[in-house]
Design a protein around this ligand. Structure first.
Ligand code: G1P
Length: 286
């Protein structure tokens, strides 16, 4: 059964983006003019995944309105001769069938995934962490779906990172790497540098199977005192196949101001409508 649903946890305090997050959920703070949650739903849609479950914190249900059809706005844009923009807005509402699950308490990423169990059902599903923006020619999640169809199990996106980043991330021990795909032997969440099994970090794209829900239910709080998704996956290793995929493409941690700035510049110097004036402005800075 191929992957049809995407789970996107969007709850969280967004402390690294205060004060902006006093009034705006972090996933809605745009990279130029597109919020991170848009990039995730778009990546899913390009891979043929057209159902999205947003896990929000109480009071953030309105994030889903971003994906509603806006006939009033579309006709106002058409009346002003902005047909292309009207089409862009309409396409957003057509990318996915979006539903919302409220995570009553913020007990960690694993807990957020477990909150969506009823909405996800029994089939393998994709998880996107919107802090991780990946720009690549073909959608990373689509490649991961292909791998999961072959291994009939789980797939986790991996990236080599410098030593100093390891203690902030999940880290994998792998073997038998071929064409960027490996077998995952162990996983540890936010290890110290000494205990990190490698420099291969977990990046926020996963294909998971239904067994993850029971596995998370059995967990005790892990790193940072939270119910960690990494721990739930780790306890399935050896029982369910789990592949690591060192994806191609550019990755940005848009959950930090620096990553957001880098992503904005990376996109800005490439985007047809911006690149000429923006690159000129940058070169004038020097
Ligand atoms: C989460 C995961 C971690 C992963 C990271 C990638 O951590 O728990 O394994 O490496 O996302 O962005 P968080 O950023 O929520 O602390």
């Amino acid at each position: 059964m191929t992957v049809q649903k995407a789970l996107i946890p969007v709850a969280g305090l967004g402390t690294r983006f205060l004060p902006a997050t006093l009034a705006t959920p972090k996933v809605m703070i745009p990279v130029i003019d597109k919020p991170p949650v848009h990039f995730c739903v778009e990546e899913a849609s390009l891979a043929g995944i057209d159902h999205t479950v947003l896990v929000v914190s109480p009071g953030q249900e309105s994030i889903a309105q971003y994906f509603n059809r806006r006939l009033d706005l579309e006709s106002a844009l058409v009346q002003r001769g902005k047909d292309e923009l009207a089409q862009t807005i309409r396409l957003i509402s057509q990318m996915s069938d979006v539903s919302v699950v409220v995570q009553e308490k913020q007990l960690g990423l694993g807990h957020a995934v477990l909150s969506a169990e009823g909405a996800i059902g029994n089939n393998p599903f994709a998880v996107f962490l919107p802090d991780d923006l990946i720009l690549s020619e073909s959608p990373t999640i689509g490649q991961m779906v292909d791998i999961s169809e072959k291994n009939e199990g789980m797939v986790i996106a991996l990236k080599k990172v410098p030593d100093e980043d390891l203690s902030q991330l999940g880290v994998a021990e792998v073997k038998n790497t071929k064409k960027r795909i490996s077998e995952i032997m162990s996983l540890v969440e936010k290890p110290s540098l000494e205990s990190a099994p490698s420099n291969l970090a977990v990046i926020g794209r996963y294909i998971l199977t239904k067994e993850i829900f029971d596995s998370i239910r059995d967990l005790k709080p892990g790193a940072l005192g939270e119910i960690q998704l990494t721990d739930g996956i780790a306890s399935l290793l050896g029982k369910i196949p789990c592949s690591g995929y060192e994806f191609e493409g550019e990755h940005f941690d848009v959950g930090t101001p620096l990553g957001m700035l880098k992503a904005s510049v990376y996109i800005g110097i490439r985007r047809r409508d911006l690149k000429s004036k923006f690159t000129q402005w940058i070169s004038d800075l020097n």
